[in-house]
Design a protein around this ligand. Structure first.
Ligand code: PMP
Length: 395
């Protein structure tokens, strides 16, 4: 283990090395966002990095709701809600989330990361066990680590491994925590099977819907709608920073659990409320999803078309069925070179490398949205196929 100076130098050497090889794609300065485009260095790029899967970022009705709220309540947060009260905006948003997710009630936090961290670490403690899919999001992992509960990881989407781990435990409280859609792979959790196991082994079920709300289900209401379920999940977590173009996170569930979080979770009790602009924008976004269902339909069509086109061109997209489309190029250098070539040709997409993904599965993570046109998708796939051929990477 290096001292602080050594650690600082190591990370900066790595950054320098990427700059030297023209491989530094992170932290790009975005000058403008226009639908499916971004402007970087005064040049327009087709954006395949957006989380605004339904294209709601910049939606006039949502932006107007934020402006009106700022006009009425000011730009900043009014304080910590347990002490400073809850504004009507927060009451309305939490009611709307509960309605959208078909739960009794909901509570919001300052980010999705914080929602996971604080909820898991509030609800679980010494003597409990948390069963966590191996590739769950970092915020879930951090919540588990902070909780002092036994942290049991099961193989990705492997129900027999989960069963084996459940059989081995003697914990007091048990919780199974999963992503609905996995953030690096885009595949979907087999939720009905998880619920069955949870019933058999008396576990709570916690699902992170960061990449499924607005994406899965006939009307875009998420994983429960996707599988036609009305119960079986105790905690539905979501973010207000992806399909919902605001910032924040939420937990939806029954009144008892939400009350517990409102009185005991440190991120609620010791941290300020969402600011008014974000709160009102989030509420308006749920209304827009329900009122503009064509966006959900278009996204579904674009997902199918993008995955099919990539596969036909010979690219491996793993098991994705959603807007997160991994283009698995395996080799790190080739992935970085492909990113650079695509960027030169007007496509903005990010490389994902080890340790974010396992060795030899380096990939481009291309997020497709309802705003991409068929021409955008064709251009992306054709350009990547040409780059690949030109480099002779199939050899
Ligand atoms: N969960 C998952 C699965 C995510 O992908 C993310 C964000 N990348 C989060 C939680 C955290 O959400 P936020 O960005 O709102 O903090």
């Amino acid at each position: 283990m290096k001292g602080f100076r050594g650690r600082i130098k190591a990370i900066n050497d790595q950054v320098e090395n990427h700059i030297k090889n023209e491989h530094l794609f992170y932290h790009k300065e975005i000058e403008e966002h226009h639908g499916q485009y971004v402007v970087i260095g005064r040049k327009k790029y087709i954006n395949f990095t957006s989380y605004s899967y339904l294209g709601l970022l910049g939606h006039p009705r949502i932006s107007m709701a934020a402006k009106d709220a700022i006009e009425k309540y000011g730009s900043g947060t009014h304080g910590v809600r347990i002490l400073a009260g809850t504004t009507s905006l927060h009451v309305e948003l939490e009611k709307r989330i509960a309605e959208f997710k078909n739960t009794e009630t909901a509570v919001t936090f300052s980010s999705g990361y914080v929602a996971n961290l604080t909820t898991i670490s509030t609800m679980c403690g010494r003597g409990d066990a948390i069963f966590c899919d191996m590739i769950n999001h970092a915020s879930i992992v951090d919540g588990c680590l902070l909780s002092s509960a036994k942290f049991v990881r099961f193989k990705h989407n492997d129900m027999s491994d989960l069963r084996k781990k459940l059989e081995e435990t003697e914990a007091i409280g048990r919780m199974i925590v999963v992503d609905a859609v996995f953030s690096m792979d885009g595949d979907i959790v087999p939720l009905p099977e998880i619920i069955e196991l949870a019933k058999e082994f008396d576990c709570l079920v916690y699902v992170d819907e960061a990449h499924s709300t607005g994406v899965l289900g006939e009307n875009g209401h998420g994983i429960m709608e996707h599988f036609g379920l009305t119960d079986g999940v105790d905690i539905q977590m979501g973010t207000l920073s992806k399909v919902i173009p605001a910032v924040g996170g939420y937990i939806a569930g029954n009144k008892e659990i939400i009350n517990w979080l409102k009185y005991q979770s440190r991120a609620f009790v010791f941290s300020a409320a969402l600011p008014p602009g974000a709160t009102a924008a989030a509420k308006a976004s749920f209304d827009v999803i329900d009122d503009e269902q064509r966006r959900v339909v278009k996204l579904r069509e674009n997902i199918a078309y993008f995955i099919k086109s990539l596969n036909q061109a010979g690219f491996d997209t793993g098991n994705t069925e959603t807007a997160v489309v991994p283009i698995i190029l395996k080799d790190e250098w080739r992935t970085l070179e492909a990113t650079r070539e695509l960027f030169d040709k007007g496509i903005f997409v990010m490389p994902i490398l080890q340790p974010a993904v396992p060795p030899n599965t380096s990939r481009l993570r291309a997020n497709v949205t309802a705003e991409h046109t068929k021409e955008d998708i064709d251009y992306m796939v054709d350009t990547l196929a040409n780059v690949w051929k030109q480099f002779g990477f199939n050899d």
